[in-house]
Design a protein around this ligand. Structure first.
Ligand code: DOR
Ligand code: ZN
Length: 420
């Protein structure tokens, strides 16, 4: 008897138009061609099979912030949106500024996560960056150029020094570029004015100037076309800056309050016109509870949930012929995997066997069907295509609304691999 593999995805339309069977074993693609003997089989006829997404910018909360989200609800939300790798941001409470906190965070995720996860180190003047790298941080930041929710801003000397140290490690620094002008933050328009597009550009140029060592930089959540074009390295854009503008909401709707802010409809359309220059789409999933948002505008926290709706919104755009499927795959899985240095998911032998399988029908986003603890979305009613089945490490993790198996697989950074 020949050995039996884990799973076969039968009749997969792979990029380029070829239809083949993808045989999976030991968490990797074993063969693409005619099916090899396997324990399980999924017939993918008429469905869209994609390498699952890697969301390099999520705030999974947990710990003292578990009312907003925790590793279980956050990663369930990821899986139900076709995301199998999340990169958690370090502006937790307390922030991830010591190896001890970092390892506690890894342990918390290991106990509760349903998918693969990696964790960034905070960048503050007192953070022992080298020790954080050895502890397993996958990257550094987001590095705050201006204060944001639970994020402390760095001054220029501290930024230069941090970038120098991160560069010496051969690591990646991720940047939250903003400038905050003084004034009363009364509504979405003043939020856009006080954290202006021009200020975002100045902050980006300033980071480039401070990067004397020439360290590898990644710009988080560029909110305008100019920011995309000015990025001093790779650049990510969020679904909320692509699909939402402040004009789509009531003037004081705190649910649309986010940093960097939603811009005008004109700026949003201009951002789309620079689609080809965007390297990565990441959600900046930043849930806050309904009651935290239901307060006066100035006091409401900034942040929008989005890990579950990111690929579904983009896939609806593919079905409407606004963007190509090739670009979706490039910007949500191939480029983010390469950026953080993890093996790609894909259809070739040896590729990581993380897939999401979608119908070819567009539905509309219903907040009641989402899995984030915060239980609201600014994308309600938007067109989307949600996955039916999601596979992590060669196993079915999510199937038609059921969470079948959990794969809390930690992805440590290269510093850990050198000092395990
Ligand atoms: O709006 C935001 N919310 N921007 C950030 O940079 C942080 C995030 C959060 O953690 O809530
Ligand atoms: Zn940010």
């Amino acid at each position: 008897m020949p050995p039996r593999h884990q799973l076969v995805l039968k009749n997969v339309s792979i990029p380029g138009g070829r239809v083949c069977d993808v045989t999976i074993g030991e968490g990797h693609v074993a063969h693409a061609g005619s099916a090899l003997p396997a324990v399980d089989m999924i017939d993918c006829t008429g469905l869209i099979v994609l390498p699952a997404a890697v969301d390099i910018h999520v705030h999974m909360r947990g710990g003292t912030q578990s009312a907003k989200e925790d590793w279980k609800s956050g990663t369930m939300s990821a899986l139900a949106g076709g995301v199998t790798v999340v990169v958690d941001q370090p502006n937790t409470v307390p922030p991830l500024t010591t190896p001890e906190h970092f390892l506690e965070r890894v342990a918390e995720a290991r106990a509760h996560a349903c998918c693969r996860y990696a964790i960034n180190s905070a960048v503050t003047p007192d953070t022992p960056l080298e020790a954080m790298w050895a502890a397993g941080a996958i990257a550094f930041g987001e590095t705050f150029c201006a204060p944001s929710s639970y994020g402390e801003a760095l001054n220029e000397p501290a930024l230069s020094s941090a970038l120098d140290r991160i560069g010496r490690l051969g690591a990646l620094a991720t940047i939250h570029a903003e400038e905050v002008a003084p004034g009363t933050d009364m509504d979405l328009l003043t939020h856009d004015t006080l954290r202006s597009a021009a200020g975002e550009l100045r902050a980006i140029r300033n980071v480039a100037r401070c990067n004397i060592a020439g360290s590898r930089l990644h710009l988080c959540h560029a909110s305008t076309a100019d920011a995309v074009c000015t990025a001093p390295g790779s650049v990510e854009v969020t679904p909320h800056h692509l699909f939402l503008s402040r004009e789509q909401f009531g003037r004081e709707d705190t649910h649309a309050k986010v940093n960097p802010p939603l811009r005008s409809e004109h700026a949003r359309k201009n951002l789309w016109s620079h689609w080809n220059q965007i390297d990565i789409i990441a959600s900046d999933h930043a849930p806050h509870t309904r009651s935290e948002k239901q307060t006066e505008f100035e006091r409401a926290p900034s942040g929008i949930p989005g890990v579950e709706t990111m690929v579904p919104l983009l896939l609806a755009s593919v079905l409407k012929h606004t963007i190509s499927l090739t670009d979706l795959v490039k910007k949500t899985t191939i480029t983010p995997s390469a950026l953080i240095g993890i093996p790609p998911a894909g259809f070739s032998p040896g590729d990581r066997a993380d897939f999401a399988i979608y119908p070819k029908e567009i539905s509309r986003i219903d907040p009641d069907t989402l899995h984030s603890k915060c239980s609201w979305t600014p994308f309600a009613g938007h067109e989307a295509v949600f996955p039916r089945i999601v596979i992590v490490d060669g196993r079915i993790a999510y199937n038609a609304g059921d969470f079948v198996s959990c794969a809390p697989l930690w992805i440590p950074g290269k510093g850990y691999q050198q000092n395990p």
